[in-house]
Design a protein around this ligand. Structure first.
Ligand SMILES: N[C@@H](CCC(=O)N[C@@H](CS)C(=O)NCC(=O)O)C(=O)O
Length: 437
């Protein structure tokens, strides 16, 4: 049975597919959609995340066994059971058919119609009208198919129903008012049946169907524009719209200067993230350029270049050096778990990266190990106390501020940076090292 974590932003319909599938299959799924575990627009751009998920997109799944997967359909498939995937080769192929249909035929017109009503895309009458026609075609096809069937494939809910229903969620919430869907009553009957299944409800909650077709939300659209400028820059994801629609948009933009750029749902999620305060904002500028040191540490020899560079440039007023040792070594069983503990802590401290550096080492082997490390922080205090986001792991460690002039500090910096030396205070052999940079 799969067990792992799904990284996403809150209320992501793509993630819902995987979450609902997990409800059916019993896969143990943790959802990381909020700080400190995951912050969309930040965590998904860190080297650690990109190392596992090179596109930096969500949803993204990481199993407790380390298995990583991106693309929502693949994740939902993985978290499904055989019944959801389609029990026979034919059924499995039909499930795939509907999953692909949802992506190719429903999402593009649904996005073109619904996004302006959410204020995340500029309104274009022609594009909206075209999208409505395309949605009608989809509804008509589904209505015909569901005329003699309760579910899309076979007699039970499958991933086909989950995918198609999730891709229609925003349509039913925003624009499919009763008079519009009246000719497609089989579809609404099927949709309502799906969202009322306990497994759907556990993820979606109560879904309120649209009573009156939402129109372009000009106020929200203009409200979101300035925020958008403050949102972190990102590569534009390909828009889920048709080429014709793009041409129309170009024409519109030419006419209406200054052109307002439209957002996609991801950018809207980014723009609505509250801007985090910088916990170090009040500290005076430091001459020690942490990034420069990290470059030296990553690219050059540690003992002959990085350590001397560190001491030549270290700013003792602007930074402090700490020794941290894991308090509960008796709980450390398998070494790979201890490594996950360290990597997890680094991931959760992501926003500290600009102002911190650490080299943490696992000493010893299975059932006999300790974790300790050297940490460099901006300021003279233990940085973890400055932000709630950073407080998950640090209490499991004993912290000691080192006297920068002491021989102990010099030796520890050298040994922990280089991952070699006597490590006299430890008494166990070096096993593995991890760097927070
Ligand atoms: N086809 C992908 C689409 C994933 C996707 O586009 N995710 C967006 C959020 S809606 C994202 O993470 N964008 C982040 C970025 O582009 O930096 C799937 O179904 O998982």
């Amino acid at each position: 049975m799969a067990a792992g974590t799904l990284y996403t932003y809150p209320e992501n319909w793509r993630a819902f597919k995987a979450q609902i599938a997990a409800q059916y299959s019993g896969a143990r799924l943790k959802v990381a959609s909020n700080a400190p575990a995951f912050t969309f627009g930040q965590t998904n751009r860190t080297p650690a995340f990109l190392n596992n998920f090179p596109l930096g997109k969500v949803p993204a799944y990481q199993g407790d066994d380390g298995f990583c997967l991106f693309e929502s359909n693949a994740i939902a498939h993985y978290l499904s059971n055989d019944a959801l995937r389609g029990a026979s080769p034919q059924a499995a192929a039909q499930v795939l058919q509907w999953v692909s249909f949802a992506d190719a035929e429903i999402i593009p017109p649904a996005s073109a119609w619904v996004f302006p009503t959410l204020g995340i895309m500029q309104f274009n009458k022609q594009a909206t009208e075209q999208a409505k026609e395309e949605v009608k075609k989809v509804l008509s096809l589904l209505n015909q198919h569901l005329n003699t069937r309760t579910f899309l494939v076979g007699e039970r809910i499958t991933l086909a129903d989950i995918s198609v229903a999730c891709s229609m969620l925003w349509l039913y919430k925003q624009v499919l008012e009763p008079s519009f869907v009246q000719p497609y009553s089989n579809v609404t009957r099927w949709f309502v049946t799906c969202i009322n299944q306990p497994q759907f409800k556990a993820v979606l909650g109560e879904v309120k169907l649209c009573e009156k077709m939402a129109q372009f939300d000009a106020k929200k659209f203009s409200d979101l524009q300035p925020k958008r400028e403050t949102a972190p820059k990102k590569e534009k994801a390909p828009k889920e719209s048709k080429p014709q629609e793009k041409k129309e948009k170009k024409k519109e933009e030419k006419k209406a200067a200054p052109a307002v750029e439209e957002m996609d749902e991801c950018e809207a999620a980014l723009a609505s993230e509250p801007k985090a305060k910088d916990p170090f904002a009040l500290l005076p500028k430091s001459a020690f350029v942490m990034d420069e040191f990290k470059r030296k540490y990553s690219n050059e020899d540690t003992l002959s270049v990085a350590v001397p560079y560190f001491w030549e440039n270290f700013d003792r007023e602007g930074y402090s050096i700490w020794y941290g040792e894991y308090k509960f070594p008796e709980e450390l069983a398998m070494t790979f778990m201890s490594c996950n503990l360290i990597t997890g802590m680094f991931q959760r401290l992501d926003k500290l990266r600009k102002n911190g550096f650490a080299s943490v080492i696992l000493f010893g082997g299975n059932n006999d190990s300790t974790i300790s490390g050297i940490w460099i922080f901006r300021g003279q205090d233990l940085a973890f106390t400055l932000s709630e986001d950073w407080q998950i792991d640090y209490e499991s460690y004993d912290w000691r501020k080192l006297d920068v002039d002491s021989q102990e500090c010099k030796t520890m910096v050298k040994e922990y940076f280089a991952w070699e030396g006597e490590f006299k205070h430890v008494g166990k052999p070096f096993n593995q090292g991890k760097v927070f940079k």
